[in-house]
Structures are given as structure tokens and as C-alpha cells.
Design a protein around this ligand. Structure first.
Ligand code: NAD
Length: 453
């Protein structure tokens, strides 16, 4: 099938690559000429495990191409996926300017039936706005071309995006129940049929429910994290171990083990903005979402918890102290720094006068870019990026762990002790065994595992 992908970010690029992999003819459009130039030259502008190989294979087979030519992109695909960003607006609601611009571009030049798919995470009612935007463009040029807007939210996880796309838990399709909607549904079912071989994963629903489902999923996951973080902070005060509690409750199949890890707060491009957007949707409809307000507030506070532990240990001013930071990306296996807890913690350390020696296996380039925006020049001068976790630790007064990269999970405590000036670890991901580190003579600060009377 002929597919156009509009927006070659984490979602668009993975969607395009995976749809090419199963045999479709894919053209990817982006307004960012830099990204398209990288892709055309055989590179990949983001870090996502396995993606480079899939793109290379399909480029050589001629099944995936990249362009900045809007007209060519609109002409190409019978199915047009809108996978552009939906960042938070000033009031927290989803900013739909990129989605609506993509819709207008389609309406401006389309000449035959199109299925327009909202792949971006968009608030309930957006498909109707996309439909209106396309219809207005068609009216403006006196054209009468049939189309239908489908909601097909994406549930992939960064860091495992290719795997998630190729083996989805479910494929949610929201279609209109009219002639064009049914025509669109038939094409979407054909497109996704290779993913349903083993068992039917497609869930059909009305458009608004499909749009809502994506926010409900992210809101639920964010709620589990904030819930555990709040309990972890209490566990410290009552002398309980949140890891034991996690195992104790996760074993209940009604609860399950996923998304119950306490840590230094959730980040990324989705949970923070999607929780905020759902809260705003509630406000717009006169329905105050109390749980999600608390989820957001708990997460904002959680991003400060490590800095509070650090100042409780070293004092409010951290001049002349140096901190090794392991992990900058908001989670492992990605270079994404959007809303990463590291941005809050590193700035807090620098603002108190500290030096920071940071290491991340893949996010250093992206970290350089975002910290240049976050920090003053004077603060930036005290931030060094290192080539290895060992180099970051050398001569530091303490180690701070912010991302649970696999490469950090096994620790040579004796070697680390020699490298650090003081045996102190602040672990935002609870990676290590407190008993082992205590035996090695470390002061080991965790999220919810240490008893602090
Ligand atoms: P991204 O910022 O990585 O990519 C968006 C891309 O769209 C950029 O390359 C940008 O240049 C391009 N773009 C903007 N306007 C355009 C236009 N008019 N025409 C063509 N290209 C345009 O974003 P992302 O992380 O891929 O997220 C995209 C959407 O998918 C968002 O709504 C997000 O909430 C949702 N989503 C993201 C994830 C994730 O893990 N990142 C998962 C599920 C859903």
C-alpha cells in the first residue's frame, strides 16, 4: 500500500520504517530539512534500538523514501499518517498547530480519496478539527474530494519502539460510521492485517473514544508511578523498604508488576504533557480531574527529592563539590531529554555552586543542546560531559544515578570507592543493594529504601 508519514520524529520514523518493513511503499515528509538530509544520506537523527537497520534495509529495497516536498507527499499516500508533535501550550493543553498545519497541507493539494490518520496524541475532538481544516481547504479551491479522518493513537515506548510497533498489544482504530469512514476502515484493516496473524489485536471504536484511550493509558501509567513515589517517600519515614512493598503488591494479578518502580520522577515527551492536557480537557468541560492534578504535583515534587537528599547531606551550598551524574536521558535506550529529571537535578546542583561530571551512553549530544538552553553560561562552565561512567566518577565527591541504563546496573563498588573522593551515592533508580553498599562503606541514598528518622 502507498503510505505517507507526516513528521519523522520518534513516532513517525518508527511507523514509516515498520510499515515499509512489512512491504508497504512509504514516503516520509518532514518540515525539518536537516532531519530529511540526514535520512537521505543514510543516517538516523534519533537513537532507537534496531531502527537504523530497518531503515537501511528498506531504503535499499526502495520501500522507504524521505522528502520535504509537501505536494509530493500528499500525492503519494492513500493513507496519510499525521505524526507531528503535540507539545504543551502555555496553559498545558495540547498545541495543535502542527497537526492542523499538516491537515491544511493535505486539503490544499489532495486529488483523490485519502485516509487521514491522527497518529499524534491529540485531545478528544481533534479528528473533527482535522476534518474541518481539510474541508475548508477543499472548499477554498472549489474541490470536492472524498476523505475520512481516522484516530489511530500510538502506544509504542521509546527505547523499544520498533519492537512495540512490530508486536503491538493492541491497535486502536476510531472510524466514522459513514460511507467514507467504512472505506477508510477497510484500508486500515488491510494495512494492519499482518499484525493480526496470530490473534486479532485491532480494537474498533468511535473516533472520540480512540482519542480518549491514548490519554487514559498514559494517565494511568503516570498515576502508578506517582503513587509509588508518594509511598516510597512515606516508606523512608516509617522505615519500610519500597522494593519489598513493590514485590509484595505486584504479585497480586489485579495490580501486576509493571510501572511500580519508585524513582526520581517520570519525564519524557508523553507522560508530563499528556497528563497536563487531560487535566485541561477536564477543566474545559467543567470537570476537575483531582487525581491527575495530584499525579502531576507529586511528580514535580519527586524531581526535587534527590536534590533535597543531597543538600541534607552536604548542606545548602555545594561550592567546591563535584558530582558524577550517571544517566541524562529520561529513560534508558533513548537519547530523548524532553522533561528528563536530569534537567532539574543538574541545574539544581549547578545553581548551588557545584561542578557536575555527567555521562550518558547515548544522550550526551542531545544533553549538550538542551543544557545550553537551560543553563546560564556560568553554570554551563561547571558542567563537563565525560566519555565513560568511570571518567565521570573520577575525583567526584558523590555519585548521582538518574537513568537505569543496563550499563550502570552492575557496580564494582571497590573500584568506584577508589575513584570517588567520598563514598557517597544518591540513587534515583534504586539500582543497587543497600546491604552490599553499606558493607563496602558507602553512604547510599535511595528512593524509599533507606530509613531516615
Ligand atoms: P517529535 O518531536 O520527535 O517529531 C515530530 C516531527 O514532526 C518533527 O520532526 C517535526 O519537524 C515534524 N513536523 C512538525 N510539523 C510538521 C508538518 N507540518 N509537516 C511535516 N512534519 C512536521 O515527536 P514524537 O515524539 O514523534 O511525537 C509525535 C506525536 O506522537 C506526539 O503527539 C506524541 O505525543 C505522540 N506519541 C509519542 C510517543 C513517543 O514515545 N515519543 C509515543 C506515542 C505517541
Amino acid at each position: 500500500m502507498k503510505i505517507t508519514i507526516i513528521g519523522t520524529g520518534y513516532v513517525g520514523l518508527v511507523t514509516g520504517a515498520c510499515l515499509a518493513e512489512i512491504g508497504n511503499d512509504v514516503l516520509c515528509l518532514d518540515v525539518d530539512a536537516r532531519k530529511i538530509a540526514i535520512l537521505e544520506a543514510g543516517g538516523v537523527p534519533i537513537h532507537e534500538p534496531g531502527l537504523e537497520g530497518v531503515i537501511a534495509r528498506n531504503r535499499h529495497a526502495g520501500r522507504i523514501r524521505f522528502t520535504t516536498d509537501i505536494e509530493a507527499a500528499v500525492a503519494h499516500g492513500d493513507i496519510q499518517f499525521i505524526a507531528v508533535g503535540t507539545p504543551p501550550d502555555e496553559d498545558g493543553s495540547a498545541d495543535l498547530q502542527y497537526v492542523l498545519a499538516a491537515a491544511r497541507n493535505i486539503g490544499r493539494t489532495m486529488s483523490d480519496f485519502k485516509v487521514v490518520v491522527d497518529k499524534s496524541t491529540v485531545p478528544v475532538g481533534t479528528a473533527a478539527r482535522v476534518r474541518d481544516a481539510i474541508a475548508a481547504e477543499l472548499r477554498a479551491r472549489g474541490a470536492d474530494v472524498p476523505f475520512s479522518v481516522v484516530s489511530n493513537p500510538e502506544f509504542l515506548k521509546e527505547g523499544a519502539a520498533v519492537e512495540d510497533f512490530m508486536r503491538p498489544d493492541r491497535i486502536v482504530l476510531g472510524c466514522d460510521d459513514d460511507a467514507n469512514g467504512r472505506r477508510a476502515l477497510a484500508l486500515m484493516k488491510q494495512l494492519y492485517s499482518p499484525f493480526n496473524r496470530n490473534h486479532e489485536r485491532t480494537m474498533l471504536m468511535d473516533v472520540r473514544s480512540a482519542e480518549f484511550t491514548k490519554y487514559a493509558a498514559n494517565a494511568m501509567l503516570a498515576t502508578r508511578i506517582s503513587f509509588m513515589n508518594e509511598l516510597a517517600n512515606l516508606a523512608e519515614r516509617v522505615g519500610a523498604d519500597i522494593e519489598a512493598v513493590r514485590r509484595g503488591i505486584g504479585s497480586d494479578p489485579r495490580i501486576g508488576y509493571s510501572f511500580l518502580y519508585a524513582g526520581c520522577g517520570y519525564g519524557g515527551s508523553c507522560f508530563p504533557k499528556d497528563v497536563q492536557a487531560l487535566v485541561r480537557t477536564g477543566d474545559e468541560h467543567g470537570h476537575r480531574l483531582q487525581i491527575l492534578r495530584a499525579v502531576e504535583a507529586v511528580n514535580d515534587a519527586q524531581k526535587q527529592v534527590l536534590a533535597q537528599k543531597i543538600t541534607a547531606h552536604f548542606g545548602e551550598r555545594l561550592d567546591d563539590l563535584s558530582f558524577a551524574v550517571w544517566g541524562l536521558a529520561f529513560k534508558p535506550e533513548t537519547d530523548d531529554m524532553r522533561e528528563a529529571p536530569s534537567r532539574v537535578l543538574v541545574r539544581a546542583l549547578l545553581q548551588r555552586g557545584a561542578r557536575v561530571r555527567a555521562f550518558d551512553p547515548v544522550a550526551v549530544d542531545e544533553a549538550r543542546r538542551v543544557f545550553a538552553l537551560d543553563l546560564t553560561q556560568e553554570e554551563s562552565a561547571r558542567l563537563d560531559f565525560c566519555d565513560s561512567r568511570e571518567a565521570a566518577a573520577d575525583g567526584a565527591d558523590a555519585l548521582v544515578v538518574l537513568t537505569e541504563w543496563k550499563a550502570f546496573k552492575s557496580l564494582d563498588a571497590a573500584d568506584l570507592k577508589e575513584r570517588l573522593r567520598r563514598p557517597v551515592i544518591f540513587d534515583g533508580r534504586n539500582l543497587y543493594d543497600p546491604a552490599v553498599l553499606a558493607r563496602e562503606g558507602f553512604d547510599y541514598f535511595t528512593i524509599g529504601r533507606t530509613h531516615v528518622d
